[in-house]
Write a protein that binds this ligand. Structure first.
Ligand code: ZN
Ligand code: ZN
Length: 264
């Protein structure tokens, strides 16, 4: 069992008993089955989550790769021609259920259980993949949301997720990265327009505090990587030494993972 899979197992009990579960009706966060076993998921979604987390993926672009394809720090054959500015990506799995439902729960319900569970799993994944002292992150930061969107939604789910990951890693959460423009959501745009849409969307305050820092950037989903890439570019330009990305899920065509995922 890999470190990531162990983290899923241990997370089955890590969030149990949180206040949200005591006061709200219990249902599986992914398929809404009333038969919740642990960590706000039903037994079959928990098993499916394990099979997603077990998939091999490219550390540069986050895309699922076959278990026998050797993938190094240079990336996979499917990596974009211009590699992203973040040094590597950690992900729990592809953007499909139950992770799709888990992210919906994180975004639209302020429940502690799922946030703690995701923070635990992502934190363990990062801790297991960054043994080298030079590359280990020193500061956790969410991919910043524009204040207007935060006002409409009521909270910033990427920031609450970043806090949960930081707690797991015993690291501080930085607020230096800010979003200047309230850009149209990337999901509503064709891939070709996503890079242009986020160009210049971020800025930093207190740039001095970022000098030479190794930063862990946290978000719920990455698809083309354009938003995270622009955030990483902004942080590196402000003096950060290294940016690593940690996401719950990677949006990719089902053909990328269907043949490798058990039970799909
Ligand atoms: Zn379920
Ligand atoms: Zn790749």
């Amino acid at each position: 069992m890999t470190g990531a899979m162990r983290a899923v197992w241990s997370s089955l009990t890590a969030g149990a008993g949180a206040l949200g579960d005591l006061v709200l009706p219990r249902a599986c966060a992914a398929c809404e089955s009333p038969d919740v076993s642990a960590g706000r998921l039903c037994a079959s979604c928990n098993i499916r989550l394990l099979s997603l987390v077990a998939l091999s993926y490219c550390p540069r672009c986050g895309t699922t790769v076959g278990p026998y394809l050797p993938v190094g720090d240079d990336g996979c054959p499917g990596c974009p021609a211009t590699l992203p500015r973040f040094a590597r990506v950690f992900r729990l799995g592809p953007y499909t259920n139950p992770l799709r439902g888990v992210i919906r729960d994180l975004k639209y319900h302020r429940r502690d259980t799922m946030r703690r569970r995701l923070g635990h799993m992502l934190g363990q994944l990062v801790a297991g993949g960054t043994d080298d002292g030079e590359t280990a992150p020193q500061l956790v930061m969410p991919v910043a949301m524009h204040w207007r969107r935060r006002l409409v939604r009521g909270w910033d789910h990427a920031r609450t997720l970043a806090r949960a990951v930081a707690r797991e890693l015993h690291l501080p959460v930085g607020n230096e990265l800010i979003r200047l423009r309230n850009t149209p959501q990337q999901a509503h745009l064709p891939r070709s327009r996503r890079i242009e849409n986020v160009r210049g969307a971020f800025s930093v305050r207190k740039a001095k505090s970022l000098s030479g820092a190794s930063i862990l950037l946290v978000d719920d989903v990455t698809t083309t990587g354009a938003t995270a890439n622009e955030a990483a570019r902004t942080l590196l330009q402000a003096g950060a030494a290294r940016v690593t990305l940690a996401v719950v899920a990677k949006g990719e065509p089902p053909t990328a993972y269907a043949q490798h995922a058990a039970g799909t």
